[in-house]
Design a binder for this molecule. Structure first.
Ligand SMILES: [Zn+2]
Length: 408
């Protein structure tokens, strides 16, 4: 039976439409980890998995595991949770693509030399607790016990939320796959960026997930009267911080070939009055790129240049790191397999890094992993306007089927 991408796209679109209204609020999408909406989304997904020929179990973190076939396992997954007021495609598309691919093989009675587990994770976005990727961490055997003590906005601990959901936190270690039993992991996800649209291609092969450094920078000068202190005698912390921000942008632009991006997303000036020269300015830097080495070098350059700016303006500057994530490189062989599947559909497989975090970066700790990106309109995500066309989603499922056929 040949693969009808158009029909698969229509199916994916219809399934996403059924999942979309499962929200804690009627007017915007709120689907948090271990909530009643998580339960409803999981129950619906379980029924789809069963209809597609899978046996479904649920692990200690509420991750669904739809199993089909015999032998060691190829894992296909993504997540059912969403950011508050997010869109309908980020996460569910990957779960649905897995289900539709398995359904294809099940319907034609094909036997594969390996089995497939479709995984529907519940905590990718970290929208409820101050932790992300806890579901895939448990599957990869990388769950950190400290996570259980974290509390949500209402003071409910991760541990208690699991119990309320009917889970036993003591069983979390059992959620981990045995090394060697998991042959590989593949995740289909909307791109969340504009590159595929710019390339006029529906599908991309993800080369890796960028590493990330986040820093808090505090610049200290001296407060003074906005009317009486001459410009030459000022130690204006905010003006110094502004010069540093322009420098951060320059460093990132100079590393364009490394796909480096740097963002100053928060700034605060004290005392924060119209007629007082700012005494302190605090801002954040979020810097991402595929190479950990290049990222660390860029951070060193930024610190060096910031000290130069501070010295010139008679200011103090202090850097404090508050988040550090290593880059994850997607498996080279699986990238080639995925590229071949996309080429097989008559499309150009665009290679691109992921600037956002994904479950694949956890699963890469367990087994060779790769991701396929699907073009999304305007590169928009984490927004109700998020959209992927049925045609592109159909091609994604067809490419996933082609990937499974080629997988060794
Ligand atoms: Zn996602």
């Amino acid at each position: 039976m040949s693969v009808d991408a158009k029909q698969l796209g229509a199916r994916a679109e219809a399934m996403i439409a059924v999942l979309a209204p499962i929200s804690a609020e009627p007017k915007r999408l709120v689907r948090l980890f271990l909530s009643r909406e998580h339960r409803r989304a999981a129950d619906l997904t379980t029924s789809w998995m069963r209809e597609s020929g899978m046996q479904v179990t649920e692990d200690a973190l509420g991750t669904l595991r739809g199993h089909w076939g015999e032998g060691k396992r190829l894992l296909i997954g993504s997540h059912l949770d969403a950011v508050v007021d997010g869109g309908n495609y980020d996460g569910p598309l990957g779960v649905i693509a897995g289900i539709l691919a398995v359904e294809h093989f099940h319907k034609i009675g094909k036997r594969l030399p390996f089995s497939i587990d479709v995984l529907a994770f519940g905590d990718e976005e970290g929208s409820r607790f101050p932790a992300t990727l806890s579901s895939s961490a448990a599957c990869a055997g990388a769950f950190e016990k400290e996570t259980l003590a974290l509390k949500d906005r209402n003071g409910v601990s991760f541990n208690d939320a699991l119990k309320i959901y009917g889970k036993n936190p003591a069983e979390i270690p059992a959620a981990a796959y045995k090394r060697g039993d998991a042959l590989g992991y593949v995740e289909v996800h909307i791109e969340q960026g504009p590159l595929l649209e710019a390339e006029n291609e529906p599908l991309g092969v993800v080369t890796g997930i960028v590493g990330q450094s986040r820093w808090r920078v505090t610049v200290t000068g001296e407060a003074g009267h906005a009317g009486t202190v001459p410009m030459t005698l000022r130690r204006d912390a905010l003006a110094g911080a502004a010069a540093m921000m322009m420098m951060v942008e320059r460093v990132a632009k100079a590393n364009a070939t490394n796909n480096m991006v740097a963002t100053v997303g928060r700034i605060e000036a004290m005392p924060g009055a119209t007629n007082i020269i700012p005494a302190t300015a605090t801002f954040t830097i979020d810097l991402r790129t595929m190479s950990d080495d290049i990222r660390h070098k860029a951070i060193a350059t930024i610190q060096h240049e910031a000290r130069g700016i501070a010295e010139m303006r008679k200011l103090d500057v202090v850097f404090e790191p508050f988040h550090e994530a290593m880059a994850t490189v997607c498996d080279a062989k699986l990238q080639e397999t995925l590229a071949a599947a996309i080429s097989g559909l008559g499309h150009r497989p665009i290679k691109l890094p992921s600037g956002a975090g994904h479950d694949a970066q956890m699963m890469a700790k367990l087994c060779p992993s790769v991701m396929m990106f699907v073009r999304c309109r305007g590169g928009v995500s984490h927004n109700p306007a998020e959209y992927a066309s049925p045609a592109d989603m159909g091609l994604a499922v067809a490419a996933l089927i082609g990937f499974i056929e080629r997988f060794k």
